[in-house]
Write a new protein. Structure first.
Ligand code: AMP
Length: 304
């Protein structure tokens, strides 16, 4: 059930109608690991530069269940940095800047002790780095990737190669449209299945998600968050994936019913991320908070 993640550890600057946060801890890998850690132990493999603030490390070290032995500090390099601005509806955002830094360098090495990892999540980063990663994990049982607009724009060929090698893909509806030129999430997901994976999750923000699996289709609503709880949606997608993969790793299988439950755990875990800037809410979260909210979600989403 060992779960490993690679992706970005970022220095984020976020502007939202609810306020701004500058130079805070972010990155796809950081959010994923924090969220997954409430479900399963998680191994992080990522690189940061010499400019990575010590207080960012302390935040990650504060989570039980996150191993940081695969975190490389490259003294002469710069940490990945990202800036984004949310529009009034808090569902859409624009990227203000992306400074790739270490992401343009060779992929970080998977430590010897992590090579037996069975469940692997390739959080958002350059598809070439994601591909280089899979080569280092020959014993994996399941590899799932995330991607986003930037990579579909500048590294589509590498992304297509990656899709032939992973078992699952998680992406949002606008990215699914960009990748397939199909607006309908179910049809887009089915088209992506033809490119290689056995399951595809299309996230639709506040409208939930669609799962296309080789053995069927499933849907799930989002957690019904009230407007005043939505402070900063950054990292919600990565946290969703963290909760989902944490559940799959513990279950030890990825059949349709297991992934369906995993989507619910991912949804509930991510619903906490958007209650604060950066990883602040996750840092104060307890597993019991997730369990309580899961019970609420079960009640709210009951069908039949
Ligand atoms: P999400 O809101 O789940 O899409 O994830 C936002 C996080 O992803 C932020 O904390 C950023 O640091 C990070 N991020 C933004 N753009 C990229 C990118 N192109 N590749 C990898 N990570 C990114």
């Amino acid at each position: 059930m060992s779960l490993l993640v690679t992706g970005t550890i970022g220095i984020d600057t976020v502007h939202a109608p609810t306020g701004s946060a500058e130079g805070v801890l972010g990155g796809s890998c950081a959010y994923f690991a924090a969220a997954a850690s409430f479900h399963s132990p998680v191994r992080v493999v990522a690189a940061v530069g010499g400019d990575w603030p010590d207080d960012h490390r302390k935040v990650l070290e504060g989570f039980d269940n996150i191993s940081l032995d695969g975190l490389e500090v490259r003294a002469g390099s710069r940490t990945f940095a990202w800036g984004g601005k949310y529009f009034a509806n808090m569902n859409e955002r624009e990227t203000l800047f992306t400074e790739l830094g270490v992401v343009e360098e060779p992929a970080p090495m998977v430590p010897e002790a992590y090579r037996d990892s069975e469940y692997v999540f390739l959080a958002n980063t350059h598809p070439e780095v994601q591909l280089a990663f899979l080569d280092q994990l020959p014993d994996r049982k399941l590899a799932v990737a995330d991607t986003m607009d930037l990579w579909i724009n500048i590294a589509r060929d590498e992304l297509v190669m990656l899709l032939e090698q992973v078992d699952g893909l998680v992406l949002n509806d606008s990215e699914a449209l960009q990748l397939t030129e199909v607006r309908n999430a179910v049809t887009a997901a089915r088209k992506i299945l033809e490119m290689g994976p056995t399951f595809v999750v299309v996230k639709k923000g506040e409208h939930g998600c669609v799962l296309a699996h080789e053995s069927g289709v499933a849907v799930l609503p989002a957690f019904p968050a009230e407007a005043h709880h939505v402070i900063d949606p950054t990292g919600a997608g990565d946290s969703f994936a963290g909760g989902m993969m944490g559940h799959i790793a513990v279950a030890g299988r990825a059949d349709l019913p297991t992934i369906q439950s995993a989507l619910a755990w991912g949804t509930v875990t991510a619903s906490f991320t958007l209650e604060s800037f950066s990883l602040d809410r996750l840092a104060s979260l307890k597993r019991a908070d997730i369990d309580r909210r899961m019970a609420e979600f079960r009640g709210a989403a009951r069908v039949g």
